[in-house]
Design a binder for this molecule. Sequence first.
Ligand SMILES: Nc1nc2c(c(=O)[nH]1)N[C@H]1C(S)=C(S)[C@@H](COP(=O)(O)OP(=O)(O)OC[C@H]3O[C@@H](n4cnc5c(=O)[nH]c(N)nc54)[C@H](O)[C@@H]3O)O[C@H]1N2
Ligand SMILES: Nc1nc2c(c(=O)[nH]1)N[C@H]1C(S)=C(S)[C@@H](COP(=O)(O)OP(=O)(O)OC[C@H]3O[C@@H](n4cnc5c(=O)[nH]c(N)nc54)[C@H](O)[C@@H]3O)O[C@H]1N2
Ligand code: SF4
Ligand SMILES: [Mo]
Length: 696
Amino acid sequence: MATRFVHSICGMCTFRCPITVEVRDGRVKHIWGNPHVTGGYNLCPRGAAGRAFEYDDERPQTPLLRDGARGSGRWKKAAWDEALDFVADKLAAIKEKHGAKALVMSDRGGPHREFHRTFFQAYGSPNYFNHHATCSNSVHNAHMSMTGLARNGVAYDYKRCKYLLSFGRNFLEAVGTGEAKNIIDLIERGTTFTHIDVRWTYTGSKATNLYVVKPGSDYAIASAMLHVLIKENLVNREFIADWVNGFDDLAAFARDYTPEFAEQASGMPADAIRRVARDMAEAAPSVLLYPGYMTAWGSNDYYLRRALYAINALLGTYEAPGGMVFPKGPGDVGVKIRQLTGQAPKPEESERFDGIGTTCHHLGKGWGMAQLLPKAILEEDPYPIRGYIAQRHDPLASLPDPAAFKQALEKLDILVSVDVNWSETAWNADVILPECTYLERTDNVIVRKGLKPRLALRQQAVEPRFDSRPRWWIYKQLAKRLGIDEFLPYETIEEEIDWQLEGTGYTHKDFEETGEIKLTDEEIWYDRKDGLKFKKRSGKIELQCDELTDCGVPCWAPYEAPPEFNGDKFRLITGKKAVHTQGRTTANNPLLHEITPENTIYIHTSRAKNLGLKTGDKITLTPEEEDKPQTGTLEVTDFIHPDAVFMLHGFGDTVPVRSRSFGKGVKNMQLSTGKLRQTVGGNCPLTDTFVQIAKA
Ligand SMILES: Nc1nc2c(c(=O)[nH]1)N[C@H]1C(S)=C(S)[C@@H](COP(=O)(O)OP(=O)(O)OC[C@H]3O[C@@H](n4cnc5c(=O)[nH]c(N)nc54)[C@H](O)[C@@H]3O)O[C@H]1N2
Ligand SMILES: Nc1nc2c(c(=O)[nH]1)N[C@H]1C(S)=C(S)[C@@H](COP(=O)(O)OP(=O)(O)OC[C@H]3O[C@@H](n4cnc5c(=O)[nH]c(N)nc54)[C@H](O)[C@@H]3O)O[C@H]1N2
Ligand code: SF4
Ligand SMILES: [Mo]
């Protein structure tokens, strides 16, 4: 038996962990953590279940054209030429009739976007957006507003951290393996880890201190921490003098937010708030105040995230050992990696459908606002949108109110889904272009930024099982048909990789041995006195800035208390578990489905008692604006805040051909009616969802 080991990149979520695929006789035998990179730790359950995904037949196996009503499940199999001709003709007609901006494209973000982003830019539309409206928009835009840096414009030096504070970052269940390993090491080293959540999680159970607070009250807590740091002069005066503008405005804002005020608002004891602020100051600058990952909680997220970054700024944690460090790239070691996205010209038609850059200037164009698409399509406001390519993105599973979203999609001339699964969006599309799985394809070179930057490559481990194609091929073929393929200068993936690496002395062959190329053995640090690279006009962190106030957006907004919850009314909180990814198809993965086949509904014992409910009861959940209840199974627990009802995200599958997950559990997104709207941070206000609970 012939066994090979292929070093590659996991694709079961977007952490892109380094993997080694054991291939025996052309089949995946097992998937390991790549020992050359990780030093031996292994994958999360989803990463290991990649093999079950690969050998599951329940995915689109050829290009498909819709052959019945939308969502009816009637499809006509098509050859690739036929499907690509069909798509290209539609895209050409849309451009001719309505202009390029009438086409929108969304994806999952990240560094594997080169091919479709370049294609889309060459087509000439400004209307690219990604999933972040329901993920990190508010934290990203908060950081941009203060530093000009993206959310991932800083990395976290867990290894040297002396105090970790997190507001709801569920490191050990919403996992990335490398980060989870760092957190476990940190806990084992005895580092103080304070965690604030609205329920007990696995992460909370491992923390040094856990505070369960009123949902939506975190901004009061963070403001009170600012209050203590400033009032007790625990801030880093030298760092502030060198790098921070607007301190006085922030101090004026924080003056009224006493720990006692925050205790009343949140339930977190005032003494504890004081102690956390003082302990952090003691450990500073080796402190990590994690600013949040999935931050699409409520309407005031933006200010919570600004407050968290402000605490980091006042404690001087930027580029400090154990703090938030600037991730270094090839440029820092004098290496230049070419990227396709720079090749196509910027679209001439620059007015975006979501208003970013025209009516709305304080938000970044890079991520967009997916939640505004339905309104733009339905009302042709600000102009008609006629085509949509969803590339590795499932808006009908990841955005609130899928019924409203679906209604808008009906108005399109074409909806294309490029997916590896039967996603909810694929099921409702006009055309499905099946991509090869991450184990069946090679992608572009990516940069792993950090203190020691590296290059990494996803490398094909096995032959495609079905009539699917890699994304580099799909977009090259579409581009050829539209006469814009000069911007994708390759015929094979090896040519593309070597084009990216030209002038570096490396070629695609250099990834074969370990899957990565190390660009340096030494850590790179910038000089904290004069070498930090903030991207605001002043070159500093701006706690107060004209760019916001000129748009009518206050830099610091007053705390607004969330409503009271009693009787049968609850605030809907959703989240992840280590065995599933998002609203996506891991619920149908044969192995992962076996571990967690459906979600249950958690409420606090005191609330259940008042409603006469007990564990195992069938209950209905009714959304605010519609009388369409869903039914689920109740779990009564002491380990959740009484205001909240919690369920795992990603269940209640509506795609019949996913035989295992179809119809199992509750689809929380259907309860979030009326949430396809913008907040000040650009995120959807997902946890501003209120539901009524009753016995079924
Ligand atoms: N209520 C609620 N809503 C949420 C969340 C929540 O916790 N609660 N989580 C939010 C978060 S944090 C995020 S990031 C978003 C995520 O939302 P999405 O980005 O839509 O989620 P994913 O499920 O990761 O991936 C989308 C699609 O990519 C497909 N896919 C996977 N691998 C490949 C591939 O290699 N090629 C192609 N072409 N397609 C592929 C999957 O089959 C899936 O259909 O959802 C958000 N929505
Ligand atoms: N297994 C697994 N791991 C994943 C993913 C996955 O789908 N599955 N997705 C990845 C992605 S894309 C992302 S963005 C990250 C998300 O990582 P996280 O943001 O850590 O994860 P979530 O589960 O979305 O939600 C985090 C927590 O927020 C808490 N919370 C909700 N409202 C409040 C509040 O008002 N205050 C406080 N303090 N806490 C609150 C919830 O109780 C929940 O425990 O996970 C990544 N890792
Ligand atoms: S966290 Fe798990 S699923 Fe995500 S990339 Fe890493 S191993 Fe794969
Ligand atoms: Mo996310």
